[in-house]
Ligand binder design. Structure first.
Ligand code: BES
Ligand code: ZN
Length: 457
C-alpha cells in the first residue's frame, strides 16, 4: 500500500480525528488530585474502547494508582511499543483560563488553528497522533504494518509511582525492539526533533513549624520565631552568588558537556534571545558563564515551585504564622543520584534550623536523568521520515523536562526509547490556556505514518 494513500486518508480524516481527541480531552483525568481518580478510570476506558475500534486487543490494567492501558496487535517485522500518558496536570489557577479547560475548542489564532484545553499538548493530543496514524493505516490497508504494543499510563504527571513495579511484573509483555514516546516538542517550535537526553527529577516538600499556633504579630512579633523567615532564609541559601546549588555533594556525577555534543548543539543555531524574549525575559538566571541552552539541557537545577504560609488572602492580617512550607524540585543530569541528594538536602535544612523550629519532609518522586543511544537503525529511519514531512531536516536535541519512563525502558526492559513529539514552546503545558496547534496534530499523525513506513519498508 503506498504511503501517499495513507497520508491522504489522514488528511481527509482530520476533522474526525479532532472530534475523537476532543472526546478524550473532555475527561478531566488529573492524576495528582485524588478527587479526579474516577475520571482517570474513564480516560483509560475511553482509550481501551478507541484502540478496540481499530482492531487492537486492548485492556485496562489496574495498578495501585491509576490504571495502565495495554494493547497488542500482531504483525511481521519489528516489534514497536508506543507510549503516551493520558493523565493531565491540575488546571489551577482556573480564573486565568479563557474557557473551561475541559471543554476543548478549536480557535483561529494569528499563527494558525489551535485546539485549546488541558492535555491538548501534554499529552492527549500527542498520544492520539500515533493512534490516528494507526487508524489511517488500518483503514487503508486492512492491517497494521508491524507488531505494535500500545502502553498508556495515567500517572506521568505525578511521578509515575506504579510504573516500575508494573514494568517489572509485565516485562515479557512490554519488551519490544524499540519504544516510541510522544511527549516532547519541536525544536524552536519548528524543527522536527528526536530527544536524546532528558533531565531527572527529585521533588521535596518541606514544612517548618515554629509556635504551636498562629499568633498576633504585635503581641509576639520580635520574641517569637517566624517560620516564614526561617523558610525564606533556607530557600535563599540554596544557590550561591554564581547561581550554583549549595546542597553538599550536589554536583557529584554532573559531567561537562562532551565537545562533540557542544558542537552539535551550537550547529542548531538556538536563538537565545528569542527563547527568553518570548516569555518577556532578557537575562539567563542560572549558573554564570553557561548559555541558556546548556542551562536547560545539560545543567541541574533547584527550583521552588510553590510556597505557603501565613495570611495570603485579600487585605492584610498581622499574623505570625505557626507553619510555612515550600515545594522544591531538583532537575538532575548525568549520574546525579536523587537519593543521595535527598539525604544531603534534608541534612542541610535540618542543620539550618534555629531553636524552637522543627521540619517535616515529604518526598515526591525521584528519578535519574536519561540518555538515549541513537545507534538503533530506527533513529536514522525516523530522522529521514521526519525530514520528509517537515520543512526543516530533523535534529537530535536535549530536553529540560523529565519523562520517567524513558530511562526505565532501557533499565528494566533493555529496550531503546526514541522520543519524538510535536509540541511547540508556546503550548503553555502545565499552565492556563494550554493548546496544541492543529498543524502539530495533523503533521504529527503524518509523521508517525512516515516513521512506521520507514521502519517496516
Ligand atoms: N511532557 C512533559 C515533559 C516535557 C516537558 C517535554 C517540557 C517537553 C518539554 C511531561 O509530561 C512532564 O511534564 N513531565 C514532568 C514529570 C514529573 C512530574 C515527574 C516534568 O517534567 O515536570
Ligand atoms: Zn507529558
Amino acid at each position: 500500500m503506498p504511503l501517499t494513500t495513507i497520508l491522504d486518508r489522514i488528511d481527509e480524516d482530520l476533522p474526525n480525528a479532532l472530534t475523537r481527541l476532543s472526546e478524550l480531552l473532555r475527561i478531566p483525568s488529573i492524576s495528582t488530585d485524588p478527587a479526579f481518580a474516577d475520571h482517570c478510570q474513564t480516560a483509560a476506558d475511553w482509550l481501551v474502547a478507541d484502540l478496540q475500534s481499530i482492531g487492537i486487543k486492548a485492556e485496562k490494567r489496574q495498578a495501585p494508582g491509576h490504571p495502565m492501558v495495554v494493547g497488542h496487535v500482531d504483525g511481521d517485522g519489528p516489534h514497536v511499543l508506543f507510549y503516551g500518558h493520558y493523565d493531565v496536570q491540575p488546571v489551577d489557577p482556573l480564573d486565568l483560563w479563557d474557557n473551561d479547560p475541559f471543554d476543548p475548542r478549536i480557535e483561529d489564532t494569528p499563527n494558525g488553528k489551535v485546539i485549546r484545553g488541558r492535555g491538548t499538548s501534554d499529552d492527549k493530543g500527542q498520544l492520539m497522533t500515533f493512534v490516528e496514524a494507526c487508524r489511517a493505516w488500518k483503514a487503508v490497508s486492512g492491517s497494521l504494518p508491524c507488531k505494535i504494543t500500545f502502553f498508556f499510563e495515567g500517572e506521568e504527571e505525578s511521578g509515575s509511582p506504579s510504573l516500575v513495579p508494573f514494568m517489572r511484573d509485565n516485562a515479557e509483555e512490554l519488551r519490544s525492539d524499540i519504544a516510541l514516546i510522544c511527549d516532547t516538542g519541536l525544536f524552536e517550535s519548528r524543527v522536527p526533533a528526536i530527544v536524546t537526553r532528558l533531565r531527572g527529577l527529585l521533588g521535596e516538600e518541606i514544612t517548618i513549624t515554629g509556635p504551636d499556633k498562629d499568633l498576633h504579630s504585635g503581641m509576639f512579633g520580635g520574641a517569637a520565631i517566624n517560620p516564614i523567615r526561617v523558610l525564606s532564609k533556607i530557600i535563599a541559601s540554596l544557590h550561591d552568588e554564581t547561581g550554583r546549588i549549595t546542597v553538599p555533594g550536589f554536583y557529584d556525577g554532573v559531567p561537562e558537556l562532551p565537545e562533540d555534543i557542544r558542537a552539535q548543539w551550537e550547529g542548531l543555531g538556538f536563538d537565545h534571545e528569542k527563547f527568553l524574549g518570548d516569555v518577556d525575559l532578557t537575562t539567563p538566571a542560572g549558573e554564570h558563564e553557561r548559555s541558556a541552552l546548556e542551562m536547560i539541557w545539560s545543567r541541574p537545577t533547584c527550583e521552588v515551585n510553590g510556597i505557603q504560609g501565613g495570611y495570603t488572602g485579600d487585605g492584610f492580617k498581622t499574623v505570625l504564622p505557626s507553619k510555612a512550607s515550600a515545594k522544591i524540585s531538583f532537575r538532575l543530569v548525568g549520574d546525579q543520584d536523587p537519593h543521595a541528594i535527598r539525604k544531603n538536602f534534608r541534612k542541610m535544612v535540618q542543620d539550618m534550623l534555629p531553636p524552637d523550629c522543627s521540619v517535616e519532609f515529604t518526598g515526591h518522586g525521584a528519578g535519574r536523568a536519561s540518555h538515549m543511544s541513537t545507534a538503533h537503525p530506527a533513529f536514522d529511519q525516523a530522522r529521514q521520515a521526519l525530514s520528509d514531512e517537515w520543512p526543516d531536516p530533523a535534529a537530535f536535541v536535549g530536553c529540560g523536562g523529565s519523562i520517567p519512563i524513558a530511562g526505565h525502558f532501557k533499565d528494566i526492559l533493555g529496550t531503546d526509547a526514541m522520543l519524538i513529539g510535536f509540541g511547540k514552546d508556546d503550548d503553555q503545558i502545565h499552565s492556563p490556556n494550554e493548546k496544541y496547534d492543529v498543524e502539530s496534530f495533523h503533521k504529527g499523525i503524518r509523521s508517525w505514518a512516515r516513521i512506521l513506513d520507514a521502519m517496516t519498508r
